[in-house]
Each structure stands twice: as structure tokens, then as C-alpha cells.
Design a protein around this ligand. Structure first.
Ligand code: HMN
Length: 289
């Protein structure tokens, strides 16, 4: 379960329906071209919080059918409706997903006991493992070292996807829980996280930049920091271009230049203007050759 995991996009058509052929191409592109170690399915990048339970199940099904056992698969099942989270956890487990993940419950200001109960309820309902998805900037949920430790007391909770720029907490977590899996969540900070000895990374930009991400990660593990820094610099030139132009829309547009029918993003995400499409195509021409 270590290495480079793409936070998989989902292809949608203009009506917001799953574009199955495009989704299958996305899976193939990540496995065959980007050569990543695994896929993180129905995360933020998969527009998970914009789609129905039935669509989430269908995406889990299509991705597993296309990927088979070629790469590791993590199913993000977190939801504010805990019954839905449990239902999805059972569904993905039955399909053979290697691990589950769940975003910390957000919107209502849940206290830590409630967060802990959420994770234990989901994971104790299935025969599978859980990776906490911590992304405080979007959820408002900040957990301390001790609170992560309390969650980790459940042996089925095997790690955390750490999407935060707090390298002090990341170092403390790594030191305190050497047996737990820690994944870096911000692609633009991959080298800094890799230096702290994380086990892997999960990222949206790996849909188009997986090979560079692998190089950064592996070079850092080999102690070749200067070389890794060069690749992180190119990577961040690409990421800053993507972020300025519209994150998920731009990645989809770049994928189209690679022959992947990545479709459009679901409302309320807007579509790119013609000028922005051109920017995405230029980014692809510069960085994907
Ligand atoms: C997911 O849940 O889809 C991803 O794991 C999320 C991942 O951490 C990405 N975060 C968001 O999109 C909010 C990053 O890859 C991010 O897109 C990238 O670092 C650019 O900022």
C-alpha cells in the first residue's frame, strides 16, 4: 500500500452523468502511462461530494472492473450521512477494494469524540482497513498528534492521508507512529513530505504528472535531494499553472490532449472558457511531452 496513488478524476458528460468510457480511459491512463501504484477513488478529485450514492457505487464498480488487481485501490467512503458511509464501505469492501478512506466529518462542528465514533462506526462495520482523510483547509477539522493517536488505537485504522502544510505535525506523526501509513496530500509539497519519510502520496495532479511525482518520491528516498528539487520545481511550475486556471477542469482538459475522454466537471463547478481551455492545452504541450 506504499507509493504513488492518483486521486482519480471521474469523467462526466454535459448532463452530469458518468461517462463510462472516459472513466475507463482515465483508469487505463493512470495505470499504463503514469504507471502509478494505486488509485484513490471518489475523493475530492473525483467530485465525490457532488454526486449521488448510486453514482458513487457505480464508479467504485467501473474502476474495480477496469483496474482488476493491477494496482492497489482505496475507496473514499466518507459522508456526512453515516449510514451512507457504512453502505459505501460495505459495497467497496465486497468489490475487493484494498482499503477504505473517509474524510473527517465536516460542516457541523463535531467534537473529537464524535469524529472518533464516526471512524469506528464505519470501519467496525466491515472487514477492511481505514485511512483517515485529513484536509483541514476544506473541512475545518484540525486534529492533534494525541487525537490521531487515539484514532490509531483501532488497529483497523492503518494510516492517514495528510493534506496540510503542517510539517511539524507531520514529523511528529511519522516519529510517533512508524507502523502507520502516512500519505502526503499536497502534490506541490511532495518533496518536503518525502524528506520526512512518508510512505506515499495521493494527489490529483498525478493524473497528468504521475511520472514526475514518482521521481520526486524515489529520489528523496535515495537521498538525492538536489535532483528531486529540480523535478519538484518543474512540477510546481505546472501546478501553479493548473491552480490559476481551475484545478480539476484544467487537469481534465490536459488529459483530453492525451486522448483521454475526461469529460467535464459537474455543476456547480463551472466549465472552462475558450481562453482557459487554450491555457490548459498550452500547459499540456509544455509539461506532458
Ligand atoms: C482527493 O481526495 O481527491 C485528493 O486526495 C485530494 C488531494 O490531496 C488534492 N487536494 C485537493 O484537490 C483539495 C491535491 O492533490 C491537490 O489537488 C494538489 O496538491 C493541488 O493543490
Amino acid at each position: 500500500m506504499k507509493g504513488i496513488f492518483t486521486a482519480l478524476m471521474c469523467a462526466f458528460d454535459e448532463q452530469g452523468n458518468i461517462h463510462e468510457k472516459g472513466l475507463r480511459q482515465l483508469v487505463r491512463h493512470n495505470i499504463d502511462v503514469s504507471k502509478v501504484d494505486g488509485l484513490y477513488v471518489n475523493g475530492s478529485t473525483g467530485e465525490n461530494f457532488l454526486i449521488s450514492t448510486e453514482d458513487k457505487k457505480r464508479i467504485f464498480e467501473i474502476v474495480k472492473d477496469e483496474a482488476g488487481d493491477q494496482v492497489k485501490l482505496i475507496a473514499q467512503v466518507g459522508a456526512l450521512n453515516i449510514d451512507e458511509a457504512v453502505e459505501l464501505a460495505k459495497y467497496a469492501t465486497d468489490l475487493g477494494y484494498d482499503s477504505l478512506s473517509a474524510v473527517t466529518p465536516f460542516y457541523y462542528k463535531f467534537d473529537f469524540e464524535e469524529v472518533k465514533d464516526y471512524y469506528n462506526t464505519i470501519i467496525n462495520s466491515v472487514d477492511n482497513t481505514m485511512i483517515i482523510y485529513s484536509i483541514p483547509a476544506l473541512t475545518g477539522v484540525n486534529m492533534s498528534l494525541e487525537q490521531f493517536g487515539e484514532l490509531f488505537e483501532n488497529e483497523k485504522i492503518i494510516g492517514v492521508k495528510f493534506t496540510a502544510p503542517d510539517f511539524y505535525l507531520l514529523e511528529r506523526l511519522r516519529h510517533a507512529y512508524p507502523e502507520k501509513l502516512i500519505y502526503s496530500g499536497f502534490d506541490e509539497m511532495l518533496l518536503s513530505a518525502a524528506v520526512l519519510n512518508v510512505d506515499g502520496a495521493i494527489g490529483s495532479t498525478f493524473n497528468v504528472n504521475g511520472a514526475r511525482a514518482r521521481s520526486i518520491f524515489e529520489l528523496a528516498q535515495e537521498g538525492k535531494i538536489e535532483e528531486a528539487r529540480e523535478i519538484q520545481k518543474v512540477t510546481n511550475d505546472l501546478i501553479s499553472g493548473i491552480l490559476a486556471n481551475g484545478l480539476y477542469q484544467t487537469i481534465k482538459e490536459m488529459l483530453k490532449t492525451q486522448g483521454v475522454e475526461a469529460g467535464v466537471c459537474r455543476k456547480p463547478m463551472k466549465q472552462l472558457s475558450a481562453d482557459n481551455v487554450k491555457v490548459a492545452q498550452d500547459l499540456a504541450a509544455t509539461f506532458l511531452t
